[in-house]
Design a protein around this ligand. Sequence first.
Ligand SMILES: Cc1cc2nc3c(=O)[nH]c(=O)nc-3n(C[C@H](O)[C@H](O)[C@H](O)COP(=O)(O)OP(=O)(O)OC[C@H]3O[C@@H](n4cnc5c(N)ncnc54)[C@H](O)[C@@H]3O)c2cc1C
Length: 485
Amino acid sequence: MSTASFDLVVVGAGSGGFGAALAASRLGLTVLLVEKSESLGGNAARGGVNNWEPGVGGTGIPFELYKRLKKIPDAVCIYAFGRHFAWEGPDVIPKFPGGEQVVDRVSRYADTLRRYGAPPLRQAESFRRAHWHGVPYEPATYAVEMEKMLAETGRCTVWKKTAFTGVQVDHRHITALTCDNGQTVTANYFIDATADILLAQRCGCRTSLGQEPRSLYDEPSAPREPNDRLNGTTLIYRVARIAAPAVEPLPADIPTACWWAEKFPVAAFTQYPNGDYNVNSLPTMAGREAATLGYGAAYVECARRIRAHWHHVQTSYPEFQNYKMTWVAPGLGVREGPRLVGRYVLTEHDLLSGATGQKHDDLIALADHAKDTHGADTGRAGCGELTEPYGIPYRCLLPVERDNLAVACRGASLSSVAASSCRLSRTMMQLGQAAGTAAALAMRNHLALRDVSPAELRAALRDQHAEISWPRPPELAQYLQKEDS
Ligand SMILES: Cc1cc2nc3c(=O)[nH]c(=O)nc-3n(C[C@H](O)[C@H](O)[C@H](O)COP(=O)(O)OP(=O)(O)OC[C@H]3O[C@@H](n4cnc5c(N)ncnc54)[C@H](O)[C@@H]3O)c2cc1C
């Protein structure tokens, strides 16, 4: 076993880990990024979530990645809303099996930076058509461009197909990690971007799983009693146009009728830049069922369900006989797992106050996605769209128990209700950008991560064009316009 040494180790190369490794290495740190799979991007690439949904923020590293992809033919585009079953009228048999997002050659990146303010779905057609635009991309190109951006810093080492397996701790500090490639790694700072916060859990940080009771944070949308429900899990697939229309044969052991719910779920059909559809059924499996089955068995069962789903789509909506299934995401889309209980827990109160009502001096990212539990019912009406963006405090990345660890992924310190809004890929990349920047400031001044000055961190993020205050400053709007002309 040999030992390697870095300023910072980031574990997990999904959205959060990529943002963290890139920001820190650009600011002069030597960084090791450890990723257990064969490619970068995590859920946003291997997990099949090959689009960034509309949302505030995303002006820092995500915008840079977008600009690079834009230079590559058919690597990225902007979408607009197409058809939607909810807008056909309540008594009509739906003509479309969900919602459709289609390539939009007119809108710009800045148009993708808004979700807040939408009326409820059935009344929202004109609002969504006008204001909701997302960013679909080719996942393989996305992963390769991420790796190139990291390589260009000259300071980031990437270990793929390598899992972190163990951690050594001395009092309040992590001193080393062990990996399954036989290496021990020492560093001054560590960032957990594994989504399921494996590192934070392994070194004894407090975590939470499932929905908290309303009494804990007094959240209006939380259930009265705590429960173990988790946001839904989806196995995403891709379909491409074919010359000779056909219904793909269904394997004999897969029923044609839906066996896990009353009827087949609706799905989001999002066009890739080349016109293929990304199919994201909402969801394929309840989150708790997936957690109980375990990752491998859940993947196998979801693979059966999506074949039945695709058969239903092709037989009930004949236009889809012009398509065939060409890809199934190699990673299962897991929306929710354990979350840190850190120095601050983001709750529904932050979401409802909005950035203009929040009193925190350490906001390091903005978000405005709906409170969206994908069937993991909170037992109370009221989940839905937000009226204003809200901010995420730096303290949501910091465990109480360790001084040189930050968490920058969907397992950050968020209540279950807050996580249902906050988890989007670009938001995670922004949390990573903030965590990597904080590690660089801490290194420069020999500080514990919790002692990094919020004012200094915010100033550094502003210099990187991250959107951290609301309303959007005119200079940021001008930057977006100039850079995307
Ligand atoms: C089905 C689904 C649909 C969604 N739809 C959208 C959408 O349309 N738009 C949007 O913006 N967001 C969407 N989201 C949310 C968003 O995609 C995710 O929340 C976000 O990408 C998570 O990023 P992350 O960095 O927290 O984790 P991940 O992207 O999951 O990254 C974690 C990384 O850590 C690695 N890892 C884990 N354990 C180890 C280990 N021991 N050692 C080394 N590496 C390890 C993993 O391999 C992975 O690469 C969706 C999520 C799901 C599940």
